[in-house]
Design a protein around this ligand. Structure first.
Ligand code: FAD
Length: 386
């Protein structure tokens, strides 16, 4: 098989890369090993992130609207951040963008990419029995991707900081009626951070994200489940017979930094390049796909031709990722008592809900500095470390 652009992985980034490249005039194949039954983790999307990423949230996959996020400290105190968000039906989300890909002229193909080899200005990807020759291969196959690394790229800095995660769909009468996404930090979140996302009615998902303890997250999840039940009991709700319906596992690169994203005839996008989050990786995929189409049209698929993608991505997102990593690293340095004090100080205050990203970040930084001045110093050090 031959094509202009082969996208490996129907991840949010891969789907958008395929759609953008096809819209730009390239002949595109989108390959995924689980095409018939995609079962991806990640189901919560915030409007602000979608807006920054230029992603239009579609009604056809929305399940429940959320009023914001509540950050909970180890002692159970919370600070609410008003921000419109959504619990999405992930199957419908994937189906929507797969349909969009097909209607844009993308050919969908089921199969596993094993490795790639550069031959002249073409790259061949080897599947179990077939080979696909493409002018450009886009690796969008997630954090465990071997394609980019196999081609000599280091797509992430700090890959050791990938958070290995487990997400469980759970059920209990009325559990999904909560209007806020809950986010625990400190010792309440064994391993690093833990989340609760209400899906409406009786359904919700619980997530546990673990850094620095390998990929077996199960014991951390069991521990968090116990703590979550105790937290609910403290709110006079006995959820002892909570049902776990299904479980998904994966790696979240939220704390790593994207690094090398292009080589000759190869581009890397989404989790494979350390670009975490649904909306952000969709935007990264769109930039990647558009630039792939331009490179096909001009005939320059060399590393330097494709690096325009890296340049455009950096212009839009580099400092946001750098600030995000520094903030998360700073939070991880705080002791439980410090987090409690900080959250206590912030509770009752309305954190800014409108304005640009820079304005919100500056405001949040000023408020945090008021309660824990050392935070700014830690943040500056983490920012310099990159
Ligand atoms: C448990 C968990 C919960 C999360 N929750 C959220 C959330 O609520 N909101 C949010 O914004 N972000 C969330 N994230 C982060 C988010 O999932 C990712 O950052 C984002 O979806 C990008 O996905 P990805 O690029 O890692 O690809 P993935 O979603 O991992 O997709 C990779 C695709 O590539 C395919 N593939 C892999 N290898 C091959 C191969 N060799 N050949 C062919 N196909 C292959 C796979 O089948 C898969 O379809 C979560 C992450 C995890 C792990």
């Amino acid at each position: 098989m031959k094509c202009d652009v082969l996208v490996v992985g129907a991840s949010p980034a891969g789907l958008m890369a395929a759609i953008s490249a096809a819209k730009g005039g390239a002949g595109v194949i989108l390959l995924d090993r689980d095409l018939a039954g995609l079962d991806h983790a990640a189901n919560t999307l915030f409007e602000g992130m979608a807006a920054v990423s230029g992603v239009k949230v579609e009604d056809c996959y929305l399940k429940k609207e959320l009023e914001g996020m509540r950050i909970l400290s180890p002692s159970g105190q919370g600070v609410a951040i008003p921000a419109r968000g959504y619990f999405i039906d992930r199957k419908k989300f994937d189906e929507h963008y797969l349909r969009l890909a097909q209607s844009s002229g993308v050919t969908l193909l089921a199969g596993i990419a094993k490795k790639s080899r550069l031959e002249g200005s073409r790259r061949t990807v080897f599947l179990n029995e077939d080979e696909i020759e493409a002018k450009i291969v886009v690796d969008a196959s997630g954090v465990s991707s071997g394609l980019a690394r196999g081609a000599g790229l280091a797509p992430m800095r700090h890959a050791e900081d990938i958070a290995w995660a487990m997400e469980a769909d759970v059920e209990h009468p009325g559990l999904g009626e909560e209007m806020f996404f809950l986010y625990w930090i400190g010792s309440m979140a064994p391993g690093w951070k833990a989340t609760f996302s209400p899906a409406g009615g009786d359904r919700a998902t619980l997530g546990v994200f673990v850094r620095g303890h390998g990929q077996n997250v199960q014991p951390f999840f069991r521990d968090f489940l116990k703590r979550f039940k105790a937290y609910k009991a403290s709110q006079y709700r006995d959820i002892g017979d909570l049902k776990i319906l299904s479980v998904r596992r994966g790696g979240d690169p939220i704390c790593v930094m994207p690094h090398e994203m292009a080589a000759d005839s190869l581009m890397v996008t989404g989790g494979a390049a350390g670009q975490s989050g649904l909306a952000y990786s969709m935007r990264a995929g769109s930039i990647c796909g558009s630039m792939a189409a331009v490179a096909v049209a001009t005939g320059d698929v060399s590393r330097s031709g494709l690096s325009q993608y890296e340049t455009l991505w950096r212009r839009e997102f580099y400092w946001q990722y750098r600030m995000g990593r520094a903030s998360l690293q700073t939070l991880a340095m705080m002791k439980d008592e410090e987090i409690d004090r900080l959250v206590h100080g912030l509770s009752g205050k309305t954190l800014i809900s409108a304005g640009s990203f820079a304005k919100k970040a500056a405001y949040a930084g000023a408020v945090v500095a008021l309660f824990r001045p050392k935070t700014m110093l830690d943040l500056a050090v983490n920012l310099m470390r990159g």
